[in-house]
Design a protein. Structure first.
Length: 118
């Protein structure tokens, strides 16, 4: 990977998970924004540049699936979306660029992001 900063939006309705993921990713050299719900995430995606979206799949109001559909419609499949789920085995048919099990290790998180940019 080159020296260009990677911009990530992390979306989760659990504040503690948002803080933990932001800290892990920033320590690994990424630039991270956070959104506590899907509605905020969609507004941020429409207003800012991101290299990848990392989203919880099950959230009230706007789910990760709705965020995924919005991103794919607006960004024409060019913006990668990684879904996070406590039940990833239920997501056999999906359009996410990667699926992470919640909780995941920092190594798994970074590996999923790096795979997207290979």
């Amino acid at each position: 990977m080159n020296d260009r900063k990677i911009y990530i939006l992390v979306v989760d309705d659990e504040h503690s998970i948002l803080k933990m993921l932001k800290l892990r990713l920033e320590r690994s050299g990424y630039v991270v924004d956070i959104a506590s719900n899907g509605k905020k995430a969609i507004a941020m995606i429409d207003e800012n540049y991101y290299d990848v979206i990392l989203t919880d799949i099950k959230m009230p109001e706007f789910s990760g699936e709705q965020i995924l559909r919005h991103v794919k419609l607006i960004n024409n499949d060019t913006l990668p979306v990684i879904g996070m789920s406590g039940t990833p085995w239920l997501l056999e048919q999906n359009d996410y660029d990667a699926i992470l099990s919640k909780p995941c290790t920092t190594k798994e998180l970074i590996s999923a992001i790096n795979q997207i940019f290979k």
